[in-house]
Design a protein around this ligand. Structure first.
Ligand code: 5GP
Length: 116
């Protein structure tokens, strides 16, 4: 069996996290190394999706649900009106460090474009 990722350990409550939202399908918690005043990670509970590369029609309902949660959290955390980013780093060139699909919800400051 593959070794658990840090996110799977958070899902299984083996290591603590500052959880802001949880349901049967997904979990949202504050990033341990925030890049903005609001920096939350939203992840599916399944370990089958390692990155956006594993998104398909088979899990489209789950991904749609996660985006509904992201939208709700942006409103609840007070960043919806001014704007925010939803980022999913996919693969080594994009600096993905945890091989469990996750979406960064970041806001509370101005951003620049293009990203680094
Ligand atoms: P990635 O670089 O894969 O796109 O994002 C992984 C994110 O997970 C990083 O922003 C990193 O700070 C965060 N992270 C890594 N380990 C932990 C942890 O143990 N707890 C929390 N809350 N976030 C973590």
């Amino acid at each position: 069996m593959a070794e658990k990722t840090i996110f799977k350990k958070i899902i299984d409550k083996e290591i603590p996290a500052n959880v802001v939202y949880e349901d049967e399908q997904c979990l949202a918690f504050y990033d341990v190394s925030p890049q903005a005043p609001v920096h939350v990670l939203v992840i599916p509970k399944t370990t089958e999706l390692r990155s956006v590369n594993d998104v398909s029609e088979d899990n489209a309902d789950l991904i749609g649900h996660i985006f509904c949660v992201i939208k709700k959290l942006a409103a609840d955390l007070g960043i919806a009106e001014n704007g925010y980013r939803v980022v999913s780093n996919c693969g080594p060139c994009a600096c993905q460090t945890v091989p469990h699909l996750h979406f960064h919800l970041i806001g509370g400051r101005d951003f620049s474009w293009p990203p680094g």
